[in-house]
Design a protein around this ligand. Sequence first.
Ligand SMILES: [Zn+2]
Length: 183
Amino acid sequence: MGTYVVFDAGRRITGRHVRKNCLALAATAAQSSTRINDLWGPNTKRRGKGDERTRCKSCFFEAPPLAFPSGYLPRWVSDAATQFGRAPADMGYVYEIFDPAEKLTIVGSTTDLGKRFAAHWRAVSTKPRLGGGAPWLFDKLSANASYEPDWRAELVARQLLKKLEDELRDDRRGADWEVATDY
Ligand SMILES: [Zn+2]
């Protein structure tokens, strides 16, 4: 999970945020003339994890797992398995699960799109809000259980997977998207 980390002049962490649309984050960024996405960092473990004082209360809140009927699969998960599934030898997929209207995305790469999307679904549908799934997708599903994100996948040579995935993530961040990172 990525977090938005705010530092003071001495590079001490003064706040961490989960959601880009957090009003407190926007206010802090505006005060220091910093672009919100320049505060983004991919690793909570190295950036103050466990320091409760730096957690923004309005976007770090915990919520219990969403209650979906067992066996239920949304269309984006079943379509990924039927339309793509496992990549041919030496190939893989760079993919994105996204909401274009609000500029929210999950970027990743895999050799088996069906399995990977099923894993994303398990994380967001069976775990608490901060349990490993993308918080923005959790919040969307929490507001509307039948929410369907957009998604796309591109078949590429396996040795290019990581590079193209990183480039796509950087592109999105550069264009002010909220990027949830799952490995
Ligand atoms: Zn916040």
